[in-house]
Write a protein that binds this ligand. Structure first.
Ligand SMILES: *Cc1c(COP(=O)(O)O)cnc(C)c1O
Length: 360
């Protein structure tokens, strides 16, 4: 089978050029006599790989010098615990916006370590929009304010970060990192698992303002302590070397395309093709409030679960893979991350039109 268009929410499609470069370098990296997988993480070759990866991420995202970049393991979900263990240690309270399942899981995990205050939730409306935080509920004493910026399962995104005054803003950007410009200085901490927009699973990026380091609870496992990881250049132990190398290739690819501003334009075009079709379709419908629509994850349904199933199966047979919605919500979801070319979205829309003509 030729390479298909893969709409998987994660792990997700990688740029072909990146896979081809990785294949060329798989057995021997440069003239090192070894694969990146076989290299000491303390070797000169590997030090150059991780240093370049960090420098490219800093350049692409405009990360200021007073922020540390950490390359960690355990996926984004480990950060649901690491964030409160490291930060919920002043007033012992934190504000959470519950805009989807990942935010809800994060709030639940944080409640093991302190007082979680839910300042907004769209759960009653199946997370179909981003609510406004209730000013009556927002706590100026909170140790941090937590959001999930792009809600992968429901297809919603914040249009701008909420204003939190002196309370550090923490955001899970797993499914939108590098998809659109983001002002890092508005945040105390950002984190992202790699397998949506950055590379293969196995590495989680944490970007943390330096003044937030060194406040971890005494019982924080060493491996979850941001300061330990920062002081050791993410090499307190063996980092996920190969995944970091792959992220480095993706960042080089993105720089070659012109960086975040350039990919943002492409992402807007791709999403518009799909949303425009959905808005005019008689069969398919997107249920997200229009001002909250994600550029990365586009959800839709026919209204008939049997027809949804048929669509997903026939699309897969036509080379449009992994369009099934999350198991908790059903329907369909097209994840159109940075690596999805415009042609993939056009092929999907053409297929949807055909399906609608036959089944509408
Ligand atoms: C995928 C995802 C997660 C979970 O990531 P893991 O690396 O599997 O733990 C968390 N948050 C968001 C926004 C995601 O998209």
């Amino acid at each position: 089978m030729a390479r298909a268009y893969n709409f998987s929410p994660g792990p997700s499609q990688l740029p072909l050029a990146v896979l081809e470069q990785a294949a060329r370098e798989l057995v021997e990296y440069g003239s090192s006599g070894q694969s990146v997988m076989e290299m000491s993480h303390r070797s000169k070759d590997y030090e150059a790989i991780i240093a370049r990866c960090e420098a490219d991420l800093r350049e692409l995202m405009g990360i200021p010098d007073n922020y540390k970049v950490l390359f960690l393991q355990g996926g984004a979900s480990t950060q649901f615990a690491a964030v409160p263990m490291n930060l919920m240690n002043g007033s012992g309270k934190a504000d959470y916006m519950v805009t989807g399942q990942f935010a809800k899981k994060a709030a639940k995990e944080a409640a093991k370590y302190g007082k979680v205050n839910v300042v907004a939730s769209s759960e009653a409306d199946t997370y179909s929009y981003i609510p406004q935080p209730d000013p009556e509920k927002v706590d100026p004493q909170a140790d941090y304010f937590y959001i999930c910026y792009n809600n992968t399962i429901y297809g919603t995104v914040f249009q701008a970060p909420p204003e939190t005054g002196n309370v550090p803003l923490v955001a899970d950007i797993s499914s939108c990192i590098l998809s659109a410009p983001l002002d890092v200085t508005k945040f105390g901490l950002l984190f992202a698992g790699a397998q949506k927009n950055l590379g293969p699973a196995g590495v989680t990026i944490v970007i943390v303002r330096e003044d937030l380091l060194g406040k971890a609870r005494p019982d924080t496992p060493t491996m979850l302590d941001y300061k330990v990881m920062a002081d050791n250049g993410s090499m307190y132990n063996t980092p996920p070397c190969y995944s970091i190398y792959m992220v480095g290739l993706v960042l080089q690819w993105l720089k070659g395309l012109g960086g975040v501003d350039a990919i943002y334009e492409k992402n807007k075009e791709k999403a518009a093709i799909l949303y425009d079709f959905l808005d005019h379709s008689k069969l398919f419908k997107n249920s997200v409030r229009p001002d909250c629509r994600s550029l990365m994850n586009v959800t839709f349904v026919t209204g008939d679960p049997e027809l949804d199933k048929k669509f997903v199966a026939e699309a897969a047979a036509a080379g449009l893979l992994n369009l099934k919605g999350h198991r908790s919500v059903g329907g369909m979801r097209a994840s159109i991350y940075n690596a999805m070319p415009r042609e993939g979205v056009e092929a999907l829309v053409a297929f949807m039109k055909e399906f609608e003509a036959k089944n509408g």
